[in-house]
Write a protein that binds this ligand. Structure first.
Ligand SMILES: *Cc1c(COP(=O)(O)O)cnc(C)c1O
Length: 395
Protein backbone atom coordinates (compact mmCIF):
# COMPACT_ATOMS: atom_id res chain seq x y z
CA UNK A 1 0.00 0.00 0.00
CA UNK A 2 1.19 3.46 -0.79
CA UNK A 3 0.63 6.35 1.52
CA UNK A 4 -1.71 8.65 -0.36
CA UNK A 5 0.02 11.81 0.68
CA UNK A 6 3.32 10.46 -0.62
CA UNK A 7 1.65 9.43 -3.82
CA UNK A 8 0.18 12.84 -4.43
CA UNK A 9 3.51 14.54 -3.90
CA UNK A 10 5.28 12.26 -6.33
CA UNK A 11 2.60 12.87 -8.96
CA UNK A 12 3.26 16.56 -8.56
CA UNK A 13 6.84 15.83 -9.46
CA UNK A 14 8.37 16.15 -6.03
CA UNK A 15 11.01 13.47 -6.22
CA UNK A 16 11.96 13.44 -2.57
CA UNK A 17 9.41 11.33 -0.76
CA UNK A 18 8.10 12.57 2.58
CA UNK A 19 9.52 10.92 5.68
CA UNK A 20 6.36 9.00 6.40
CA UNK A 21 6.17 7.56 2.86
CA UNK A 22 7.06 4.09 4.03
CA UNK A 23 5.23 4.37 7.31
CA UNK A 24 1.65 3.31 7.74
CA UNK A 25 0.78 5.02 10.96
CA UNK A 26 -2.64 4.13 12.24
CA UNK A 27 -4.51 5.33 15.27
CA UNK A 28 -5.10 1.67 16.15
CA UNK A 29 -3.43 -1.03 14.08
CA UNK A 30 -5.60 -4.12 14.20
CA UNK A 31 -3.87 -5.70 11.23
CA UNK A 32 -0.44 -5.83 12.85
CA UNK A 33 -1.93 -7.22 16.02
CA UNK A 34 -3.78 -9.93 14.10
CA UNK A 35 -0.63 -10.91 12.21
CA UNK A 36 1.25 -11.42 15.49
CA UNK A 37 -1.30 -13.98 16.66
CA UNK A 38 -2.51 -15.15 13.25
CA UNK A 39 -1.74 -18.84 13.57
CA UNK A 40 -3.39 -19.24 16.94
CA UNK A 41 -6.40 -17.11 16.08
CA UNK A 42 -6.96 -18.80 12.73
CA UNK A 43 -6.89 -22.26 14.22
CA UNK A 44 -9.15 -21.20 17.09
CA UNK A 45 -11.69 -19.80 14.59
CA UNK A 46 -11.40 -22.86 12.38
CA UNK A 47 -12.11 -25.17 15.30
CA UNK A 48 -15.20 -23.19 16.21
CA UNK A 49 -16.48 -23.30 12.65
CA UNK A 50 -15.96 -27.05 12.50
CA UNK A 51 -17.83 -27.48 15.80
CA UNK A 52 -20.75 -25.34 14.51
CA UNK A 53 -21.68 -24.45 18.06
CA UNK A 54 -22.10 -20.80 17.09
CA UNK A 55 -24.30 -19.62 19.96
CA UNK A 56 -23.13 -20.24 23.54
CA UNK A 57 -20.59 -22.86 22.50
CA UNK A 58 -18.09 -24.13 25.08
CA UNK A 59 -15.56 -21.40 24.12
CA UNK A 60 -17.89 -18.77 25.60
CA UNK A 61 -17.90 -20.20 29.13
CA UNK A 62 -14.19 -20.98 28.89
CA UNK A 63 -13.43 -17.37 27.96
CA UNK A 64 -15.68 -16.00 30.71
CA UNK A 65 -13.89 -18.10 33.26
CA UNK A 66 -10.42 -17.00 32.08
CA UNK A 67 -11.44 -13.35 32.05
CA UNK A 68 -12.99 -13.56 35.49
CA UNK A 69 -9.72 -15.00 36.81
CA UNK A 70 -7.75 -12.31 35.00
CA UNK A 71 -9.64 -9.42 36.56
CA UNK A 72 -10.17 -11.26 39.82
CA UNK A 73 -13.95 -10.91 40.01
CA UNK A 74 -15.82 -14.18 40.67
CA UNK A 75 -18.53 -13.90 37.99
CA UNK A 76 -18.23 -12.86 34.35
CA UNK A 77 -21.21 -12.96 32.01
CA UNK A 78 -20.50 -12.14 28.38
CA UNK A 79 -22.99 -10.36 26.13
CA UNK A 80 -23.43 -8.75 22.73
CA UNK A 81 -21.61 -5.45 23.30
CA UNK A 82 -20.64 -2.93 25.98
CA UNK A 83 -23.76 -0.80 25.58
CA UNK A 84 -25.98 -3.85 26.16
CA UNK A 85 -23.79 -4.69 29.14
CA UNK A 86 -24.66 -1.31 30.69
CA UNK A 87 -28.35 -1.78 29.99
CA UNK A 88 -28.33 -5.29 31.45
CA UNK A 89 -26.46 -4.04 34.53
CA UNK A 90 -29.05 -1.29 35.07
CA UNK A 91 -31.89 -3.79 34.60
CA UNK A 92 -30.29 -6.23 37.05
CA UNK A 93 -30.05 -3.48 39.68
CA UNK A 94 -33.82 -2.94 39.33
CA UNK A 95 -33.51 0.82 39.12
CA UNK A 96 -36.99 2.36 39.23
CA UNK A 97 -38.44 4.51 36.46
CA UNK A 98 -37.38 8.16 37.02
CA UNK A 99 -34.72 7.13 39.52
CA UNK A 100 -31.71 9.42 39.32
CA UNK A 101 -28.55 7.95 37.88
CA UNK A 102 -25.28 9.88 38.00
CA UNK A 103 -23.23 9.94 34.80
CA UNK A 104 -20.15 11.96 33.76
CA UNK A 105 -20.77 14.73 31.18
CA UNK A 106 -17.42 14.09 29.49
CA UNK A 107 -17.75 10.52 28.25
CA UNK A 108 -18.89 8.15 25.56
CA UNK A 109 -22.64 8.15 24.98
CA UNK A 110 -23.36 4.55 26.05
CA UNK A 111 -24.18 5.01 29.78
CA UNK A 112 -26.47 7.95 29.07
CA UNK A 113 -28.17 6.11 26.25
CA UNK A 114 -28.85 2.99 28.32
CA UNK A 115 -30.22 5.11 31.19
CA UNK A 116 -32.51 7.03 28.84
CA UNK A 117 -33.82 3.83 27.22
CA UNK A 118 -34.75 2.51 30.66
CA UNK A 119 -36.56 5.78 31.48
CA UNK A 120 -34.21 6.64 34.31
CA UNK A 121 -33.36 10.24 35.07
CA UNK A 122 -29.75 10.95 34.10
CA UNK A 123 -27.97 13.47 36.30
CA UNK A 124 -24.78 14.65 34.64
CA UNK A 125 -21.65 15.63 36.53
CA UNK A 126 -18.54 17.58 35.53
CA UNK A 127 -15.10 16.00 35.26
CA UNK A 128 -11.70 16.37 36.81
CA UNK A 129 -9.41 18.14 34.32
CA UNK A 130 -6.33 16.06 35.24
CA UNK A 131 -7.77 12.55 34.94
CA UNK A 132 -10.67 13.36 32.56
CA UNK A 133 -12.79 11.23 34.93
CA UNK A 134 -15.92 12.13 36.90
CA UNK A 135 -15.16 14.51 39.78
CA UNK A 136 -16.38 12.93 43.07
CA UNK A 137 -16.53 16.33 44.78
CA UNK A 138 -19.08 17.41 42.21
CA UNK A 139 -21.13 14.24 42.68
CA UNK A 140 -21.79 14.88 46.36
CA UNK A 141 -24.11 17.92 46.03
CA UNK A 142 -26.16 16.12 43.39
CA UNK A 143 -27.07 13.11 45.51
CA UNK A 144 -30.73 13.11 46.53
CA UNK A 145 -33.07 10.59 48.15
CA UNK A 146 -33.98 9.60 44.58
CA UNK A 147 -30.39 8.76 43.53
CA UNK A 148 -30.18 5.03 42.84
CA UNK A 149 -26.96 4.58 40.90
CA UNK A 150 -23.62 6.11 39.92
CA UNK A 151 -21.80 5.17 36.73
CA UNK A 152 -18.08 5.92 37.07
CA UNK A 153 -16.60 5.69 33.57
CA UNK A 154 -12.89 4.80 33.74
CA UNK A 155 -11.88 6.91 30.78
CA UNK A 156 -8.93 6.30 28.44
CA UNK A 157 -7.26 3.64 30.61
CA UNK A 158 -7.25 4.66 34.27
CA UNK A 159 -9.71 4.28 37.11
CA UNK A 160 -11.89 7.04 38.56
CA UNK A 161 -11.29 8.02 42.18
CA UNK A 162 -13.09 4.96 43.52
CA UNK A 163 -12.11 5.55 47.14
CA UNK A 164 -14.12 8.79 47.18
CA UNK A 165 -16.96 7.42 45.09
CA UNK A 166 -17.31 4.39 47.34
CA UNK A 167 -17.36 6.65 50.40
CA UNK A 168 -20.21 8.69 48.89
CA UNK A 169 -22.37 5.61 48.53
CA UNK A 170 -21.72 3.96 51.89
CA UNK A 171 -24.97 3.18 53.74
CA UNK A 172 -27.05 4.85 51.04
CA UNK A 173 -28.15 1.88 48.92
CA UNK A 174 -26.80 3.70 45.87
CA UNK A 175 -25.44 1.14 43.40
CA UNK A 176 -22.12 1.67 41.66
CA UNK A 177 -22.01 0.36 38.10
CA UNK A 178 -18.47 0.76 36.75
CA UNK A 179 -18.05 1.38 33.03
CA UNK A 180 -14.71 -0.34 32.48
CA UNK A 181 -14.95 -0.46 28.67
CA UNK A 182 -11.72 1.53 28.30
CA UNK A 183 -9.67 0.40 31.28
CA UNK A 184 -9.83 -3.39 31.40
CA UNK A 185 -6.61 -4.61 33.01
CA UNK A 186 -5.69 -1.37 34.80
CA UNK A 187 -5.24 -1.31 38.57
CA UNK A 188 -5.83 1.00 41.48
CA UNK A 189 -5.31 0.98 45.21
CA UNK A 190 -8.24 0.44 47.57
CA UNK A 191 -7.76 -0.23 51.30
CA UNK A 192 -3.99 -0.44 50.77
CA UNK A 193 -4.53 -3.19 48.23
CA UNK A 194 -3.77 -3.13 44.54
CA UNK A 195 -6.93 -4.25 42.74
CA UNK A 196 -8.01 -4.51 39.12
CA UNK A 197 -10.33 -1.78 37.94
CA UNK A 198 -13.95 -2.94 37.90
CA UNK A 199 -14.16 -4.67 41.24
CA UNK A 200 -15.48 -1.92 43.54
CA UNK A 201 -19.03 -1.56 42.22
CA UNK A 202 -21.96 -3.94 42.55
CA UNK A 203 -21.45 -4.53 38.84
CA UNK A 204 -18.87 -3.52 36.26
CA UNK A 205 -18.97 -3.85 32.50
CA UNK A 206 -16.56 -3.90 29.62
CA UNK A 207 -16.60 -3.88 25.81
CA UNK A 208 -14.70 -5.95 23.25
CA UNK A 209 -15.23 -3.47 20.42
CA UNK A 210 -12.28 -4.15 18.08
CA UNK A 211 -10.27 -1.07 19.07
CA UNK A 212 -10.59 -1.60 22.84
CA UNK A 213 -7.62 -2.86 24.86
CA UNK A 214 -9.07 -6.38 24.58
CA UNK A 215 -11.00 -6.34 21.31
CA UNK A 216 -12.67 -9.05 19.25
CA UNK A 217 -13.47 -9.22 15.52
CA UNK A 218 -16.88 -7.60 15.82
CA UNK A 219 -19.08 -6.60 18.75
CA UNK A 220 -18.82 -8.09 22.22
CA UNK A 221 -19.13 -7.17 25.88
CA UNK A 222 -19.14 -8.53 29.41
CA UNK A 223 -20.58 -7.90 32.85
CA UNK A 224 -18.80 -8.65 36.15
CA UNK A 225 -20.01 -9.08 39.70
CA UNK A 226 -18.96 -10.75 42.95
CA UNK A 227 -22.57 -11.50 43.88
CA UNK A 228 -23.75 -14.96 42.88
CA UNK A 229 -27.48 -14.10 42.95
CA UNK A 230 -26.91 -10.98 40.86
CA UNK A 231 -24.77 -13.00 38.45
CA UNK A 232 -27.59 -15.48 37.87
CA UNK A 233 -30.02 -12.64 37.26
CA UNK A 234 -27.62 -10.95 34.81
CA UNK A 235 -27.25 -14.22 32.90
CA UNK A 236 -31.02 -14.57 32.69
CA UNK A 237 -31.56 -11.00 31.50
CA UNK A 238 -28.96 -11.38 28.75
CA UNK A 239 -30.77 -14.50 27.55
CA UNK A 240 -34.48 -13.58 27.28
CA UNK A 241 -35.05 -13.71 31.03
CA UNK A 242 -34.81 -17.47 31.04
CA UNK A 243 -32.83 -19.89 33.17
CA UNK A 244 -34.25 -22.86 31.35
CA UNK A 245 -35.23 -22.78 27.73
CA UNK A 246 -38.76 -21.40 27.19
CA UNK A 247 -39.25 -20.63 30.89
CA UNK A 248 -39.21 -16.83 30.98
CA UNK A 249 -39.05 -15.72 34.60
CA UNK A 250 -38.23 -12.04 34.05
CA UNK A 251 -38.19 -9.64 31.10
CA UNK A 252 -34.87 -9.92 29.35
CA UNK A 253 -33.17 -9.14 26.09
CA UNK A 254 -31.16 -11.12 23.56
CA UNK A 255 -27.52 -10.19 24.01
CA UNK A 256 -24.90 -12.90 23.68
CA UNK A 257 -21.24 -13.09 22.79
CA UNK A 258 -20.77 -15.18 19.63
CA UNK A 259 -18.76 -18.35 20.08
CA UNK A 260 -16.46 -17.15 17.28
CA UNK A 261 -15.73 -13.95 19.18
CA UNK A 262 -15.01 -15.90 22.36
CA UNK A 263 -12.58 -18.06 20.37
CA UNK A 264 -10.70 -14.92 19.23
CA UNK A 265 -10.79 -13.32 22.68
CA UNK A 266 -9.38 -16.38 24.45
CA UNK A 267 -6.25 -16.16 22.30
CA UNK A 268 -5.89 -12.40 22.75
CA UNK A 269 -6.45 -12.55 26.50
CA UNK A 270 -3.32 -14.71 26.87
CA UNK A 271 -1.22 -11.82 25.56
CA UNK A 272 -3.13 -8.95 27.12
CA UNK A 273 -0.58 -8.14 29.81
CA UNK A 274 2.20 -8.06 27.23
CA UNK A 275 0.14 -5.84 24.93
CA UNK A 276 -0.69 -3.47 27.78
CA UNK A 277 2.96 -3.15 28.68
CA UNK A 278 3.76 -2.25 25.06
CA UNK A 279 1.14 0.49 25.22
CA UNK A 280 2.67 1.75 28.46
CA UNK A 281 6.12 1.88 26.89
CA UNK A 282 4.81 3.85 23.93
CA UNK A 283 3.11 6.27 26.34
CA UNK A 284 6.31 6.63 28.34
CA UNK A 285 8.16 7.54 25.14
CA UNK A 286 5.60 10.20 24.25
CA UNK A 287 5.65 11.55 27.82
CA UNK A 288 9.40 12.01 27.84
CA UNK A 289 9.31 13.79 24.50
CA UNK A 290 6.59 16.21 25.56
CA UNK A 291 8.00 17.02 28.97
CA UNK A 292 8.39 20.74 29.49
CA UNK A 293 6.52 21.76 26.35
CA UNK A 294 4.22 24.54 27.47
CA UNK A 295 1.39 23.93 25.01
CA UNK A 296 1.17 20.17 25.62
CA UNK A 297 -0.21 18.57 28.77
CA UNK A 298 0.56 14.82 28.76
CA UNK A 299 -1.82 12.41 30.50
CA UNK A 300 -1.69 12.72 34.28
CA UNK A 301 -1.77 9.41 36.12
CA UNK A 302 -3.02 9.38 39.70
CA UNK A 303 -0.50 8.00 42.18
CA UNK A 304 -2.93 5.20 43.12
CA UNK A 305 -3.54 4.11 39.53
CA UNK A 306 -1.89 2.21 36.74
CA UNK A 307 -2.87 3.25 33.20
CA UNK A 308 -3.48 0.84 30.30
CA UNK A 309 -3.58 3.60 27.65
CA UNK A 310 -6.63 2.63 25.70
CA UNK A 311 -6.07 6.19 24.50
CA UNK A 312 -3.05 8.43 24.80
CA UNK A 313 -4.84 11.72 25.23
CA UNK A 314 -3.11 15.08 25.45
CA UNK A 315 -4.52 18.44 26.36
CA UNK A 316 -3.37 20.97 23.78
CA UNK A 317 -3.53 24.45 25.26
CA UNK A 318 -3.25 26.32 21.96
CA UNK A 319 -4.17 25.70 18.31
CA UNK A 320 -5.42 22.15 18.81
CA UNK A 321 -7.33 22.05 15.55
CA UNK A 322 -4.42 23.50 13.56
CA UNK A 323 -2.12 20.92 15.11
CA UNK A 324 -4.49 18.14 14.13
CA UNK A 325 -4.53 19.36 10.53
CA UNK A 326 -0.73 19.63 10.49
CA UNK A 327 -0.41 16.07 11.78
CA UNK A 328 -2.83 14.84 9.15
CA UNK A 329 -0.80 16.54 6.40
CA UNK A 330 2.19 14.63 7.71
CA UNK A 331 0.51 11.24 7.64
CA UNK A 332 -0.31 11.13 11.35
CA UNK A 333 -3.90 10.30 12.28
CA UNK A 334 -5.30 11.71 15.51
CA UNK A 335 -8.73 11.85 17.10
CA UNK A 336 -10.79 14.03 19.39
CA UNK A 337 -12.40 11.93 22.11
CA UNK A 338 -14.88 13.59 22.64
CA UNK A 339 -15.80 16.61 20.55
CA UNK A 340 -19.20 17.28 22.18
CA UNK A 341 -19.97 16.81 25.88
CA UNK A 342 -23.04 14.72 26.66
CA UNK A 343 -25.11 17.62 27.99
CA UNK A 344 -24.91 19.37 24.62
CA UNK A 345 -25.94 16.36 22.51
CA UNK A 346 -29.14 17.02 20.59
CA UNK A 347 -30.92 13.80 21.56
CA UNK A 348 -30.54 14.69 25.24
CA UNK A 349 -31.62 18.33 25.10
CA UNK A 350 -34.80 17.20 26.90
CA UNK A 351 -32.70 16.94 30.06
CA UNK A 352 -32.58 20.74 30.06
CA UNK A 353 -28.85 21.33 30.28
CA UNK A 354 -27.21 24.27 28.54
CA UNK A 355 -23.79 25.48 27.52
CA UNK A 356 -21.81 26.52 30.58
CA UNK A 357 -23.30 23.88 32.88
CA UNK A 358 -20.16 21.73 32.90
CA UNK A 359 -17.20 24.01 32.23
CA UNK A 360 -14.48 21.37 32.63
CA UNK A 361 -16.18 18.96 30.23
CA UNK A 362 -16.63 21.80 27.76
CA UNK A 363 -13.01 22.90 28.06
CA UNK A 364 -11.81 19.32 27.58
CA UNK A 365 -13.75 18.98 24.32
CA UNK A 366 -11.77 22.01 23.07
CA UNK A 367 -8.38 20.77 24.22
CA UNK A 368 -8.15 16.98 23.98
CA UNK A 369 -6.26 15.19 21.25
CA UNK A 370 -5.60 11.45 21.15
CA UNK A 371 -2.46 10.30 19.35
CA UNK A 372 -1.86 6.92 17.67
CA UNK A 373 -1.74 4.31 20.44
CA UNK A 374 -1.51 0.55 20.03
CA UNK A 375 0.94 -2.22 20.99
CA UNK A 376 2.62 -2.35 17.56
CA UNK A 377 3.87 1.23 17.21
CA UNK A 378 7.58 0.97 16.41
CA UNK A 379 10.33 3.34 17.62
CA UNK A 380 10.62 5.09 14.23
CA UNK A 381 6.92 5.83 14.19
CA UNK A 382 6.89 7.04 17.77
CA UNK A 383 9.82 9.39 17.14
CA UNK A 384 8.31 10.64 13.94
CA UNK A 385 4.96 11.40 15.59
CA UNK A 386 6.46 13.07 18.66
CA UNK A 387 8.93 15.11 16.63
CA UNK A 388 6.19 16.43 14.39
CA UNK A 389 4.26 17.67 17.41
CA UNK A 390 7.36 19.34 18.76
CA UNK A 391 8.11 20.88 15.36
CA UNK A 392 4.60 22.34 15.19
CA UNK A 393 5.04 24.25 18.43
CA UNK A 394 8.62 25.29 17.77
CA UNK A 395 7.86 26.69 14.31
C1 LIG B 1 -16.80 1.44 23.96
C2 LIG B 1 -17.51 1.95 25.12
C3 LIG B 1 -18.78 1.49 25.53
C4 LIG B 1 -19.67 0.61 24.74
O1 LIG B 1 -19.15 -0.37 24.03
P1 LIG B 1 -19.82 -1.02 22.74
O2 LIG B 1 -19.28 -2.40 22.83
O3 LIG B 1 -19.31 -0.26 21.57
O4 LIG B 1 -21.29 -0.98 22.88
C5 LIG B 1 -19.30 1.96 26.71
N1 LIG B 1 -18.66 2.85 27.45
C6 LIG B 1 -17.46 3.34 27.09
C7 LIG B 1 -16.80 4.33 27.98
C8 LIG B 1 -16.86 2.93 25.91
O5 LIG B 1 -15.68 3.45 25.57
Amino acid sequence: MINRIGERNSIRGITEKPEHYFMQIKLVDLERQYLRYKNEIDSSIQNTISDTNFIQGPEVRAFESELSKFIDIPFCISCGNGTDALQIAMMACELQENAEIIIPAFSYIAPLEAAALLKLKPVLVDSDPDSFNIDPQKIQPLITSNTQAIIPVHLFGQACDMVSIKKLTENTGIKIIEDNAQSLGSEHILNQENIKTGSVGAISITSFFPSKVLGCFGDGGAIFTSDNILAQKIRMIANHGQREKYQHEIIGINSRLDTLQAAVLSVKLKYLIRDISKRQKAAQFYNEKFEGVEEIVPPIISSVNSHVFHQYTLRIKKKRNELRKFLEENGIPSMIYYPVPLHLQKAYSYLGYKKGDFPVAEQLTEEVLSLPMHPDLNPEELSYIANKLLAFFKA
